[in-house]
Design a protein around this ligand. Structure first.
Ligand code: EPU
Length: 346
């Protein structure tokens, strides 16, 4: 185990914000974590788990010890009539993993293609796109307790998946409270790809592709290609323009609140949810407030999708946060809706 001092994190956060880790340890297996815990100096130090850095805003140098997850490996664990269980190390690149599963002949993750970040982040965020959420393809995961060094397994119920949320995004105030943020590091994730494979094509953008191409029964690879095309069309490539995907969650309101807004804003984009609430498109709300293309310093609102904040070059985390707050204020003043950020502000 090597503790690297003063490591630049510019290449390790998809916003491309310039900041440093005071100290960083690369975690390739549970043994690396246990070695950290054996060091009396490091055992009690606060720790920050860094995956692909695709869902964080760094507002300065990171003072807690950074544990950079680099656990590798992918393998098929079982292939039965019920489905295929595939395990991947938390440090694997997510999109490369999705591509690999399809190449091996195991469909099911195609709607989640091109999401930036690592395998380990997928349950933390309960990532979702084009009609599929991680929880629909999840079997279990192994994580390590950052106090005791014990490895434990969680099933879907224990992960407490919600929309872009899980037990890993909540801090427990005291021992025994709900929340594993800062307390656990995801080592490996197992995905269950159900059989028989069923395409998920309800999403409007995919329906458009079916119309455009005349392909009514696409293969998994076709859906994968469509999702890649749709995403590249409206989301900036973090390698070219720094960003963290959607910056805000899509808010939900009661049907009554929605009717009230529709009376004032007849064009508002909204989707009824199975639980009776109504989801509003945050991108539409932000766009309606005139934010598309606007900037605060070097942080800006992406021209093609108002839900995405971008680094126009040299942006600081402070600029991103200031822009985000200004957007929240104007959406609240016009619509009475509080937007909740998706990325973690560090
Ligand atoms: N819209 C506008 N103006 C904008 C942006 C969007 O009017 O500037 C409208 C669109 O026309 C559309 C609606 O808002 O009618 C929704 O937009 P879109 O289909 O692009 O999806 P989204 O709600 O913006 C969500 C996820 C994405 C995911 C896509 C596809 C959230 C916060 N975002 O975006 O996830 O890829 O659906 O499923 O749930 C992410 O979480 O980082 C992410 C990219």
């Amino acid at each position: 185990m090597i503790v690297e001092p003063n490591v630049s994190l510019a290449a390790h956060n998809s916003f491309g914000i310039v900041a440093k880790a005071r100290a960083l340890v690369r975690v390739r297996s549970e043994d690396d974590v246990r070695a950290v815990l054996r060091e009396p100096k490091l055992h009690d130090e606060p720790k920050f788990v860094l995956g692909g850095g695709s869902n964080i805003v760094l507002t300065g140098d990171v003072k807690p010890l950074v544990l950079k997850v680099e656990v590798a490996g992918k393998r098929v664990l079982s292939d039965t009539a019920r489905g295929t269980v595939i395990e991947a190390g938390a440090g694997e690149n997510w999109h490369e993993f999705v591509t690999w599963t399809l190449e091996q002949g195991f469909p099911g993750l195609e709607n989640l293609a091109l999401i930036p970040g690592t395998v380990g982040a997928t349950p933390v965020q309960n990532v979702g796109a084009y009609g599929v959420e991680l929880q629909d393809r999840f079997e279990s995961l192994d994580a390590i307790d950052l106090h005791t060094g014990q490895v434990f397994t969680l099933d879907a119920g224990q992960c407490a998946f919600r929309y872009r949320d899980s037990v890993f995004k909540h801090y427990a105030a005291k021992e025994g409270d709900f929340g594993l943020a800062g307390r656990a590091l995801v080592l490996r994730v197992r995905y269950l790809l159900p059989k028989p494979w069923k395409p998920v094509l309800d999403y409007l953008d995919l329906q458009r592709k079916i119309k455009e191409t005349g392909i009514a029964e696409p293969t998994p690879k076709q859906i994968y290609d469509w999702v890649c095309q749709i995403r590249s069309g409206k989301l900036p490539d973090p390698k070219v323009i720094g960003n963290a995907g959607s910056f805000f969650k899509n808010p939900t309101v009661t049907p009554e609140q929605c009717q009230d807004i529709i009376a004032r804003e007849p064009n508002i984009v909204h989707y009824p949810m199975p639980d009776g609430t109504v989801k509003l498109a945050a991108g539409w709300l932000i766009d309606a407030c005139g934010w598309k293309g606007k900037s605060v310093g070097n942080a800006g609102v992406y021209e093609k999708q108002a839900l995405v904040l971008v680094n126009r070059g040299g942006a600081t985390g402070g600029e991103v946060v200031t822009l985000a707050r200004a957007i929240q204020t104007s959406v609240y003043e016009r619509f009475g809706i509080r937007l909740e950020p998706e990325p973690v502000v560090v």
